[in-house]
Design a protein. Structure first.
Length: 57
């Protein structure tokens, strides 16, 4: 069973690899990811989202 989070950013803070990757992203990419309703559940999701934002700008 997958973990559920009451804080939508908890999974970023709980996974050191995700937190490290997220923190090295430029601020505008972080802001776009934070603004999304669906937050990344895995590092791969986070990387995919970051790449999607990079393609938009």
């Amino acid at each position: 069973m997958e973990s559920t989070y009451s804080d939508r950013y908890a999974n970023l803070q709980a996974d050191p690899a995700m937190e490290a990757y997220f923190s090295q992203l430029p601020g505008y990419i972080q802001a776009q990811i934070r603004a999304r309703k669906q937050q990344p559940a895995t590092l791969e999701d986070l990387q995919r989202m970051a790449n999607e934002v990079k393609q938009l700008f």
